[in-house]
Design a protein around this ligand. Structure first.
Ligand code: ADP
Ligand code: MG
Length: 348
């Protein structure tokens, strides 16, 4: 439902995004993972039509977000990193304001607001001031806001940042629930979070997309890359030549030699023909005691770290300058602010 092609965003000479392309299909929960400064918020701001791009295109159901922003935006509910909450309003007032700004009709608004509050379980705090709500509840109000107008796609930018562990679990559960009926894109700098909630992983690093695959496939490729680690008492060259002759051993890499005359090897082996018994008996025949044998498989963490840890020098601090007025379109336009305050009075 979304096609992102060659998306680039420059701030001066700095590439916040370079040449990012991916597709979002209906009905899945996508995880956008990357360290701080990787470009997650920039991407989300662009695909929701809140920020202009320097190059590339974003199609939402075939409609260009830059040429037809209203139609494209209608399909997307967005919870930005800093939710645009008016803390002097109650959730009921605020959602009525948002419903109006999103063009929900007056007949439909009360029902839609009620549904979005039920879905996010904030009905019981509907009439409290937002500023008096906990951060977890404010985040729910932010998600309720994103749900208004029945968008097919919900985009949530780091929705659990700053929440306590219980709130984090509750918000994750809520996101999983939403994923049953909507397409969801969730960003996070925490791998465990993405793994807990998402099916498909997109990893950004320094403005580049470095992985784009189902989480299960990445996990399988991590275990397929397992290596067998051996510690052998004896001479390295001899052990090496013995190991190389064993059937099922594909690749032998010597590692550091211990001062006690223990040499270490890392082996790639044939998954179809487990050579561990042969290794044990052959070394024993040669009177070379095998003191340790261990299978080490890469984890998703290892993959994430190796994909995102290159060239940390390019890491940037927090945004140095705010986007210029032409670049940034607020979620709701300011003029819709005026008449709403009294309207919500009728809601209750
Ligand atoms: P993330 O959300 O992954 O933490 P961002 O998308 O916010 O990352 O930022 C990506 C990069 O772009 C960062 O290096 C950030 O400093 C830079 N950046 C973001 N906004 C601006 C801006 N308005 N001016 C200059 N640099 C910016
Ligand atoms: Mg961000």
């Amino acid at each position: 439902m979304i096609q992102v092609r060659n998306l680039t965003k420059k701030y001066g000479d700095f590439f916040a995004l370079s040449d990012v392309s991916f597709d979002i299909e209906r009905g899945k929960i996508y995880g956008f993972l990357g360290p701080n400064g990787a470009g997650k918020s920039t991407t989300m701001n662009i695909i929701t039509g809140c920020l202009s791009a320097t190059g590339g295109s974003v199609l939402v159901d075939g409609k260009d977000i830059f040429d037809k922003p209203i139609e494209a935006k209608r399909k997307i509910g967005y919870l930005p990193e800093l939710p645009p909450l008016y803390t002097e309003m109650t959730p009921a007032e605020y959602l009525a304001f948002v419903a109006h700004a999103k063009g929900v009709s007056y007949e439909d608004a009360p029902r839609k607001i009620r549904e979005s509050m039920e879905q996010t379980q904030i009905t019981h705090v509907a009439d409290k001031l937002i500023r008096n709500l906990s951060k977890g509840y404010r985040q729910r109000v932010g998600i309720a806001q994103a749900l208004l107008g029945d968008p097919e796609l919900i985009i949530l930018d780091e929705p659990t940042v700053g929440l306590d562990p219980k709130q984090i679990l509750e918000i994750r559960e809520l996101i999983r629930e939403l994923g049953k009926t909507k397409t969801v894109i969730l960003s996070s700098h925490i791998l465990a979070e993405i793994r807990a909630v998402c099916e498909h992983l997109l990893i950004l690093s320094h403005g580049r997309l470095v992985a784009n695959a189902p989480i299960r496939a990445l996990e399988e490729s991590a275990t397929a890359d397992a290596r067998l680690c051996l510690e052998i008492k004896g001479e390295e060259a001899e052990a090496l030549s013995i190991l190389k002759e064993i059937e099922g051993v594909w690749d032998v890499e010597p590692e550091a030699i211990d001062k006690d005359g223990i040499c270490r090897f890392s082996l790639k082996t044939d998954p179809e023909r487990d050579p561990r018994d042969d290794i044990f008996y052959t070394l024993a025949e040669h009177k070379m005691p095998l003191v340790e044998m261990l299978t080490k498989s890469a984890t998703l963490e290892d993959i994430f770290l190796s994909l995102t840890s290159q060239d940390v020098s390019g890491e940037h601090e927090a945004p140095s300058e705010a986007p210029t007025a032409e670049e940034y379109t607020p979620l709701f336009s300011a003029k819709e602010n005026e008449e709403t305050e009294e309207k919500e009075g009728d809601e209750k």
